[in-house]
Design a protein around this ligand. Structure first.
Ligand code: MBD
Ligand code: FE
Length: 282
């Protein structure tokens, strides 16, 4: 059996913060005018809230203490990806004609093991959960198959835990980079992920309980799909009937991203077909 235990906010937050610092590029060359505009608007929005809501010193100090705690728990990636990234993604992908994108979230890790289709994601011998076969084709916006397409897939396990962000899981559990065939087709065997509850023991969890919100994301598969000469798409796929599809804490569900799986013959889990359409590079 598994030795997996509840991921703590401090452990998954520290991991997400370290990963972000390693992998992301920053707009360090933003103009003075742009910085003044953006920082000025955020500060103004906070001040307007204070004045309109008649915020007290007790409330101001609670806010200050909470901001400090978010940093100490390493939860800035979590906070931003849950409550802000969806708007950034909306702006970034506004002009795409191909598949819908959605947020990346805090748990992507580049360079997962490369597998050829038909592939099985790395998993434990006794990986719990319902078998799931994800298959489809990568095409361009003219409907032509894309040779050399790559599908990076990562997701939580049957208990809602991500490898490298929860203890007790093999390094690349349920993470892989799948090379599609000459027709852009892919077949990937994995297990159905569970809904994901963001850590409740850190600063983000404290905010959620103080506000009376819930901490859940619907079960989801994360994917990045790319092909030479085309724009990479980062997206997620969801499952119908999930309680949180209409109520995602991260506001990242779109109707086009909800899968329609069917039961496989012989009680052999479920399968689903989903095609990805990539926009040309601009
Ligand atoms: C996740 O798994 C996730 O996808 C997002 C957006 C935020 C927190 C955890
Ligand atoms: Fe996720």
């Amino acid at each position: 059996m598994t030795t997996e235990t509840q991921a703590t906010a401090a452990a998954s937050g520290a991991g997400a913060t370290a990963r972000f610092r390693e992998n992301k590029k920053f707009a360090a060359d933003a103009s003075q005018e742009r910085v003044a505009t953006l920082a000025g608007r955020v500060i103004k929005a906070i001040n307007e809230t204070v004045l309109e809501e008649r915020v007290s010193y007790d409330e101001y100090n609670a806010f200050k203490a909470w901001l400090i705690q978010v940093g100490e728990d390493g939860e800035w990636p979590l906070f931003l990806d849950v409550w802000v990234e969806h708007s950034v993604e909306e702006v970034a992908n506004a002009n795409r004609h191909g598949s819908k994108g959605t947020i990346e979230g805090p748990y992507y890790i580049p360079n997962a093991p490369t597998l050829r289709t038909p592939a099985t994601l790395p998993m434990r011998e006794d990986e719990p959960g319902t078998a799931l076969l994800l298959q489809g084709q990568v095409r361009n916006t003219a409907g032509e198959p894309l040779l050399g397409a790559l599908i990076e897939l990562w997701h939580a396990d049957d208990r809602g835990f991500y490898s490298q962000f929860a203890p007790g899981l093999p390094e690349w559990n349920l993470r892989g980079s799948i090379v599609a065939d000459e027709q852009g087709k892919f077949q990937i065997s994995t297990v159905q992920p569970a809904p994901y509850q963001i850590p409740t023991d850190g600063a983000c969890g404290a905010l959620i309980s103080a506000a009376g919100w819930h901490a859940w994301r619907p079960a989801h598969l994360h994917v990045k799909v790319s092909a030479p000469g085309h724009q990479l798409i980062t997206t997620q796929l969801y499952f119908p009937g999930d309680q949180h599809v209409d109520d995602d804490i991260a506001s990242a569900v779109k109707p086009e991203l909800i899968l329609v799986p069917t039961e496989r013959a012989g009680g052999n889990g479920r399968e689903v077909t989903y095609d990805f359409i990539l926009d040309p590079e601009d």
